[in-house]
Structure formats: C-alpha cells, structure tokens
Design a protein around this ligand. Structure first.
Ligand code: AMP
Ligand code: MG
Length: 373
C-alpha cells in the first residue's frame, strides 16, 4: 500500500510542478484615479490577462465609489451618513448597515481612548471651517509625490472667494453639538441629537483600505498590491521578487521630498495626518484641517505630521486601516507624549515630526523606518 502511494505521489508532484511552471507570472498593473475626493494610486501584481487585470483595478475604484455614495459621504444624499445627519433632532431611530455599525463601534473606541481628540461628531465645527472647499494639496499617496502649495482662498460653487474665518461665537455654538459620548449610537441604531453632525473624514480613507483588502483577498490571481488613498496606504501580499514594500513618508517641511521610507513585508496599513494636506492661510496664519474638538480650532499640539503603522495580520477583523487613520488624526491632536501612549494602547507604531523638525517614534517603529539622507 505504501509503495502504491509513493508511486502515485511520484506522478502527482511532477505534474503539479509542471502546472505551476506553466502558470502566468504576476505582472504589475498600475492606475491613478480620483475617488472619494482624493487620488487613488494602485499597483497590483496580477497573474492574469490584461482584461482581467483591468477588471480588478476597476473593481477597486467601484468599491471606493460605492462606499462614498452608500455609506460615508456627508455631502451625497444617497449615503447613510447624510441621512443620519438630516434626521438629527427628529427623535427618529435610524437603522445602520452592518458596515456603518462596525465603523461607529470602532470610532467610539478611539473617541474614548483619546479623550475625544478623535471625535466622529465634529461635523458642525468642520462645516464652519468649510474644510472640504479648501484645495487639497495633490500629495496623493504619501509616497513622495510633488506637492504644490494649496491655494490661499477657498473655492466655492461660485468660484474662488476669500476665506472668512469662523467667529468665536459661531465656534462656541457649533461646539455644543460635538461629543461622541452624546451621539446616541446604540448598536445598529442611531438617533443623533439636534444639531449634531457625523463627519467620518478622519477615517474614510482607512475604511477604504479595509474594504479593498477584503476585495483583493477574493481574487486569487492577486499576489501583491500597494493601494494608496490620500494619506492612507495598504500594502498587501508580496512582490514577485520577494523584496520589501517601500512606503515613503513625506517631509512635512518640504512636501516634495520624503523624510524617510518604511520598509515592510506583507499586509500593513499606514496613515499620515499632516498640517500640509489641507489648509488656508489668512493674514499669514495657516489654518489646517485637523481640528481640536475641545476648542474648535485647528489642533495646536506642536506636531506637524503623524504616521501610524498597523500590521494587518488579523484576518477576522478588517479594522487596521480604520484604526491607523483614526489614530493618526487623534495623535496629531494629542501631541507627541499623549499620542505615543495612545498608539501603544492600540498596538500601533507611530512616528511624529514636531514643529521644530524633531522626530519621535515608538520603539517598534525603528525597525521599519529609514531616514532619507
Ligand atoms: P485626517 O486627514 O485623516 O487627519 O482627517 C481630517 C479630516 O477629518 C478633516 O478634514 C475633518 O473632516 C475631520 N476631522 C478634523 N479633525 C477631526 C478630529 N479631531 N476628529 C475627527 N475628525 C476630524
Ligand atoms: Mg485620519
């Protein structure tokens, strides 16, 4: 019997080897698109013909468009967040999709752990600053792309107009509607109080990475990928030559160059929050898009940029992108000392650049980060 089995194996193994030899080698397919108001860069290693490869690249973009349209946008009437915001104060309980239920569940954790430095209910204040009308710097993927200066004016529907700063009275009023602990999100149901507005801008790109990762896992032709959505990047699988993924971290003092490189193997989520991504300048003062939910003003914690790194090893929970994105925002608001503690609490690696150009990082980050010369 043993001999008989050995004989069969002798036939099966060479046939299998022959088949693998015949199978298509992975080829790198690339695309640059705009979705969710940001630049999406894809490099995917695919063992398939060009048509199938293009279908996969298109699927990724559709997945992101759907997330914005159906779930996350505060602007599009079709989205859950829009409808929840519209119903604020009505007393009506809204049932959420399982995706949004999970998102808000995770957001509540980061809100609580960061003492409200990350607050998913910051919408009323963010609307006053009109952040989405500011020109975003085309930083795109955080991989050392050339960044031009953002315009000093805010673009409106009528064209470009002078930006008007919100008054302290307006901010004080808007702040009375901010507070994740008052959001009345209970499981799959939400019933926002009057005036409260959800804003998932600080986690949207991270959620995209989690959903794209699920999609890539459904395609066995995909052996590796780097997907970037604004300041958030997913690395997935491996390159055909087995070398590491290199993810650049933008120098916040000179955004056309990299401060350094993260050298990574396998699945990782990297998110950066920086004061250079979106801002307006009024009378020589820069106002950026990361707000301190306790003051309503752009956070002033002495930090210029924060990068969070989380390994996507756990395949049962697709929240690494969400957490890396939420934590980069939270850590920016908290500053170096508190931020380092928060990152460690979530098992994340963090790298801070402060206003003096000082670099601070978690111990674990040191093995991945390589400073540019
Ligand atoms: P990010 O670039 O990921 O740090 O996210 C910034 C975006 O999230 C802003 O454009 C706002 O829409 C929103 N936001 C700003 N400050 C906060 C905050 N402290 N907590 C949660 N969301 C915020
Ligand atoms: Mg963020």
């Amino acid at each position: 019997m043993k001999k008989y089995l050995q004989k069969i194996m002798c036939i099966i193994v060479p046939v299998c080897l022959l088949c693998t030899g015949c199978s298509r080698q992975p080829t790198a397919y690339k695309s640059v698109d705009t979705a969710m108001g940001t630049i999406i860069n894809q490099t995917i290693y695919i063992s398939a013909d060009e048509e199938t490869a293009q279908e996969i690249l298109d699927e990724v973009i559709s997945c992101i468009d759907d997330l914005e349209k159906n779930n996350l946008s505060w602007r599009l009437e079709t989205s859950e967040v829009y409808q929840i915001n519209e119903s604020a104060g009505s007393g009506q309980e809204i049932k959420m999709s399982s995706l949004l239920t999970n998102v808000l569940d995770q957001c509540k954790k980061v809100y609580a752990a960061s003492n409200g430095a990350f607050d998913f209910t910051v919408g009323s204040v963010a609307r006053l600053w009109n952040i989405d009308a500011w020109a975003a710097t085309p930083q795109g993927n955080g991989i050392g792309k050339v960044v031009e200066n953002a315009t000093q004016s805010a673009a409106t529907e009528e064209g470009v107009s002078e930006f008007i700063l919100p008054t302290q009275e307006q901010l004080a009023e808007a702040l009375t509607h901010v507070g994740g602990d008052k959001s009345r999100v209970e499981g799959a149901f939400v019933n926002l109080p009057e005036g409260m507005q959800l804003d998932l801008g600080a986690v949207g790109k991270g959620i995209v990475l989690d959903e794209v990762r699920k999609l890539l896992e459904q395609h066995e032709e995909v052996s590796g990928a780097v997907i970037s959505a604004g300041g958030s990047i997913l690395t997935y699988g491996s390159k055909p030559d087995g070398s590491n993924w290199n993810v650049g971290i933008v120098d916040p003092f000179n955004t056309s160059q990299n401060l350094g490189i993260l050298s990574l193997k396998g699945i990782w989520c990297v998110s950066t929050s920086g004061d250079y991504e979106r801002y307006v300048e009024v009378d020589g003062v820069r106002y950026h898009h990361i707000l301190d939910p306790h003051t309503g003003m752009p956070a002033d914690s002495g930090v210029k940029s924060v990068t969070i790194l989380i390994e996507g090893e756990d395949t049962s929970h697709y929240v690494d992108g969400l957490f890396s994105d939420a934590l980069s925002t939270a850590c920016f608001v908290l500053g170096v000392e508190e931020g380092l503690k928060l990152a460690e609490e979530f098992g994340a690696e963090a790298l801070f650049v402060d206003n003096q150009g000082g670099i601070f990082m978690t111990e674990g980050m040191e093995q991945y980060f390589h400073l540019s010369n």
